[in-house]
Write a protein that binds this ligand. Structure first.
Ligand code: GLN
Length: 231
């Protein structure tokens, strides 16, 4: 690959599971993927001098897609954890998250995570929620493809609770004006999101970390944050 002023820009192939508002989603009739992660990775790509190409891949297919070299990085509200670190490298953390739960508004029996024993709970497949709820023990776990599927199952009485990332639960209820369900305050875990790349790609990891640092210094990160989460 040549450097310099050629017209062929370097391309950063990004994978994301476009089902996780406000981090990655697509509104009906809208061509572009939008959300916090989408703005952030486009800004990072620009900073690095790369053209960003985003592919929509189901959450549990993201790491396999990277191992097959179909994508260079993953940005998908992905929590940094030791299990994933066996297969990928992560950037520095870029967002503090954690798990909360959503129940029907008239729910009386479930007031905390301890109350989940003996109940059916929906989680997105391949996520930290799936892992954390299984660890609680005594919970009947339904693993579905997307958070939207989980919420639909809750409203249709197929499960009694949904465990999912706090900002996504909050956005679902407040921003979409969703009624009939409520998010509980209690946090099951605290988690940090990171951008993932191939295990041996330390060069890309440094470039991404540098770009992320720059965006935090120059106020661009704060602008993107305020756009999606308020000042
Ligand atoms: N943060 C959670 C995880 O990493 C969920 C991510 C997602 O569903 N996009 O497992």
């Amino acid at each position: 690959a040549s450097s310099g002023s050629g017209s062929s820009a370097k391309v950063l192939k990004v994978g994301s599971s476009i089902d996780f508002a406000p981090f990655e989603f697509q509104d009906e009739g809208q061509k572009e993927y939008q959300g916090f992660d989408m703005d952030l990775i486009r800004a990072i790509g620009k900073e690095m001098g790369y053209e960003v190409e985003i592919q929509n891949i189901g959450f549990d297919g993201l790491i396999p897609a990277m191992q097959a070299k179909n994508i260079d990085v993953i940005i998908s509200g992905m929590t940094i954890n030791d299990e994933r670190k066996e297969n990928v490298l992560f950037s520095d953390p870029y967002y503090q998250s954690g798990l909360t739960m959503v129940v029907r508004s008239d729910e009386q029996a479930i007031k905390s995570f301890q109350d989940l024993k003996g109940h059916k709970v929906a989680v997105q497949i391949g996520t930290t929620s799936a892992e954390a709820v299984k660890k609680l023990g005594g919970v009947e776990v339904k693993e579905l493809n997307t958070p939207a599927d989980c919420f639909m199952e809750l409203k249709g009485n197929g499960v009694d609770a949904v465990v999912n990332d706090r900002p996504v639960n909050d956005y679902y209820i407040t921003k979409s004006g969703e009624t009939g369900v409520k998010a509980l305050e209690e946090k099951l875990t605290a988690e940090d999101y990171g951008i993932a790349m191939a295990k041996d790609n330390t060069e890309l990891q440094s470039k991404i970390n540098e770009a992320l640092k720059k965006l935090k210094e120059n106020g661009e990160y704060d602008k993107i944050y305020a756009k999606w989460f308020g000042g």
